[in-house]
Design a protein around this ligand. Sequence first.
Ligand code: NAP
Length: 588
Amino acid sequence: MYRHIKIPTTGEKIRVVDGKVVVPDQPIVGYVEGDGIGPDITKACLRIWDAAVDQAYGGKRKIQWCETYLGEKAAGLYDGNYCPDETLKVLQDLVVSIKGPLTTPVGGGFRSLNVALRQDLDLYACVRPVRHYAGVPSPMKRPDKVDVVIFRENTEDVYAGIEYKSGTPENAKVAKFLREEMKAKFFDGAGIGIKPISAFGSKRLVRKAIQYAIDNGRESVTLVHKGNIMKFTEGAFRNWGYEVAREEFGSVTITEEQLYSEYKGKQPEGKIVVKDRIADIMFQMMLLRPEEFDVLATPNLNGDYLSDAIAAEVGGMGIAPGANIADNIAVFEATHGTAPKYANLNKVNPGSLLFSGVMMLEYMGWKEAADLITLAYPEVIKDGIVTYDFARQIDGAKEVGTSQFADALIERIRGGIDLEEKRKALQESLAKERKQREIRRLLQPMEEMIDTGRIPQTVGALMTRTLITVTDDETVEAAMHLMTGNDVSSVVVEPNKKGEWGILTRRDIIAKIVRGGKNPATMKVKDIATRPVVSVPAETSIRDAAGIIAEKSFSRLTVEQSGKIIGIVTETDIVDAVERFGWAGETA
Ligand code: NAP
């Protein structure tokens, strides 16, 4: 028995069985109305979600809502307690819940309620989908190209709260240890913060992101990090991320290196590409080539910045949805605050909470209801029916209140939308875009690497793969014609009887034909080719390849895979890559 919370007797609880959410037809879902504008948007959204579920399932399914209390409403009911234990217990018990914004009481040593919730319930993944809805004002030329889901680690990083204020005894103690024991150098009186990033924290976050990509038919997961500078925290996050992909999802993931080196840029059906990007490049990329990115997994601080920056691209700061998720509990929430000046004025945009509810329906597997809202929403905006915040950005729009906006949306949801037709059109356009990206990768791999912010790490990513091959018995003259005609400085020689591959370079011709006064028309390739060649696997790091080239004084290495030569990487390729991308070895 709870003091104030009444669990509906008509519904059943959602459960998690073997890691999967099991949702009955009449699930009990928790909600927190929130403070300030919370009640206005919650009332409106409850009506919209109910209408969508009813319309999608013809009354067969219905959410049984259970009100729980946090913030000011809780303080009124629970003798000044903003975060009652029974609410935390019920949220855990019900598995899925949704909340409006909450006021953080000022002063008195209160933790932010949102932070308290995340910590107490160990909600380790902050999930923010960002996509554009037709008609929503945006600063981008093509906001429709943005469609990403950000998985931000929620518990570690500089947000772990391990900080020592300048001038305090604690700070002096830590500074002394760092200087004397660890030989660290920094200015006197510096404030000190610690940035813990663990294998446990990183892996559980990336695991969730990859699982999401699988469940939702997404194309790629990008690990966003600053590993080039912070090797043992952000760099480790990246490495642990790849480890999870390899060890736990090996049959359904490939790396971007493999995409280029094994699959020549053509993404195999049913495989998700796992790639990584340096955080600062990611901000550029989300403006220049947003369509290249799908699911992002990132440590706490990068994720904080990225979520808001990307949401702003689609004009969605006010309508950006979010959720905080752990293994057995998910709390969906409006991402804006309580905007107290608009409280109870029936004025604000319900979009953020509304789309958090759409995420929640998707999480529950009730995709048909979620799609009804997603598809009906742009129809309302296109008709110019908007709340004040959009009205001030759209010429000729009709400003309505929160509840009138909900009425207009419900009317369109009820009016019947051909879900099948819309879904087909969406799938066709996604397939078309995917094909275009694939063609670009196939035709211009190096240009694509640069344009999509990728930094090559291995020889497989750098090599020239259009190989010109000759056989042993061809004349040197014929081989020279091929080199000149194709503007290359070497050709690969097909295996001899012993199965050894060879290479014939311009330098061989200078040294063994020109200097020796031999006739290229009569000399055979086998007379002057170098054998056996020095081959390295495609996964060899650029640094290791440079080591071999330097040690053996070669100017090129062949790249092999399963006993076959698939490309050549030259010293020029390596120097070019270092010049173009910076020192690529830094992040390895
Ligand atoms: P805020 O409540 O998000 O409001 C800032 C401004 O954003 C508003 O004045 C309004 O802009 C616009 N806005 C916010 N929600 C909107 C909506 N639904 N529709 C249209 N416009 C909307 O941020 P704040 O003023 O910094 O914070 C107020 C309180 O909220 C604080 O107590 C803070 O701690 C709390 N907060 C809670 C959460 C949460 O619970 N998740 C998050 C952030 C802040 P205009 O003035 O331009 O119209």
